[in-house]
Ligand binder design. Structure first.
Ligand code: NDP
Ligand code: GDR
Length: 321
């Protein structure tokens, strides 16, 4: 039986990935941070089928202990401080988690078992002020936030450990991916949740920042499969994962409000406090390498994704009544 350790299992991607690996017959371990109140909502429905190990990307020994106990064949490093605006408020902590945390996990692999395959959750935020469009595996990085800078470090240290120590380590450069399990502060979920609440009379307005920004948005359930595919190839290669279609935040708002039959312009207010110190204006990914070598393609399109999220938010509100 194959064993996998997932860091960030309580997050959006970790929760989908662990479920996917269980379906593939893996024995799944998840690294979780101790907390006075548990945040296991996303994995509650299968918690009895995974083994949770306490640890933190800040704590080298806890990572070595987690690997020694689980003896995984594969490690998926999804844990990070992942919210871009928070990275300006806590740049040093973001660097500790999102950058140095990667080195700590790679060091743990080097100590415990160099045969472990390693996946690093890299990000399209590394492209930042884009050098070319669309962005592929060959596009140079120009990160625009402390988060993006930290992810660029995580990417290069992954490449470096592959080349220095012959570890099967890959960096998946994933563009934005969303789902009904997305955190409420990210723009897609903020918008779909607000559209549902406004429809049900629970909220009067929605404050947003930059409506002009463009993102290449896909469905998290599709993207986690690409992570697994990358680790189950003969060669460790880095891949861009994206839909190849870009939409403005404004389009996202329009689709969400249309789903609940409301005119978004009556409810959306611009709040300058939500505009970032440095913005990433346009992201558009070229995932043709993943298509040709991994046979990977997204299944859910932009409109389908946003409608799925609005419907889930409406259903959750109605279930609570
Ligand atoms: P989430 O914010 O939903 O989840 C982050 C996870 O990391 C949570 O489980 C959190 O645990 C855990 N975590 C944070 N800090 C630590 C730490 N110091 N030690 C251990 N665990 C920690 O992120 P997503 O699921 O959306 O993203 C997964 C990964 O992919 C992240 O690295 C993100 O940066 C990256 N990424 C995401 C993209 C996206 O569009 N979703 C696109 C490209 C990359 P807790 O529950 O305790 O807070
Ligand atoms: P992003 O996602 O920064 O791309 O990072 P987010 O959903 O936060 O922002 C996307 C775009 O929407 C604009 N925006 C707003 N964003 C938020 N959060 N809240 C608002 O009110 C708002 N109004 C406008 C932003 O300016 C931005 O242009 C996500 C994270 O998951 C990262 O971890 C991941 O690496 C990247 O995607 C790829």
């Amino acid at each position: 039986m194959k064993r996998a350790l997932v860091t960030g299992i309580t997050g959006q991607d970790g929760s989908y990935l662990a479920e996917f690996l269980l379906q593939k017959g893996y024995q799944v371990y998840g690294l979780v941070r101790r907390s006075s109140t548990e945040s296991f909502e996303r994995i509650d429905h299968y918690r009895d089928r995974v083994t949770l190990l306490q640890g933190d990307l800040l704590d080298q020994n806890s990572l070595i202990a987690a690997l020694s106990e689980s003896r995984p064949h594969e490690v998926y490093n999804l844990a990070a401080q992942s919210f871009v605006p928070a990275s300006w408020n806590q740049p040093v902590l973001t660097g500790e988690f999102t950058a140095l945390g990667v080195t700590r996990m790679l060091e743990a692999i080097r100590v415990v078992d160099k045969g472990i395959r390693f996946y690093q959750a890299s990000s399209s935020e590394m492209f930042g002020r884009v050098r070319e469009t669309p962005q592929s595996e060959h596009t140079p990085f120009y990160p625009r936030s402390p988060y993006g800078v930290a992810k660029a470090y995580g990417h290069f240290i992954t490449v470096n450990y592959r080349e220095s120590y012959d570890i099967f380590a890959v960096s998946g450069i994933l563009f934005n991916h969303e789902s009904p399990r997305r955190g409420l502060e990210f723009v897609t979920r903020k918008v779909t949740n607000a559209a549902a609440r406004i429809k049900r009379g629970l909220q009067q307005e929605l404050k947003l920042g930059n409506l002009d920004a463009r993102r290449d948005w896909g469905f998290a359930g599709d993207y986690i499969e690409a992570m697994w595919l990358m680790l189950n190839q003969p060669e460790p290669i880095d891949y861009v994962i994206a839909t190849g279609k870009s939409h403005q935040v404004r389009d996202l708002v329009a689709v969400a409000f249309e789903r609940v039959g409301l005119d978004w312009e009556r409810y959306v207010k611009i709040d300058p406090a939500l505009v970032r110190p440095a913005e990433v204006d346009l992201l558009l990914g070229d995932a043709s390498l993943a298509k040709s070598r991994l046979g990977w393609e997204p299944r859910v399109d932009f409109e389908g994704l946003i409608r799925m999220m609005v419907d889930a938010d409406l259903a959750a509100l109605d279930a609570r009544r």
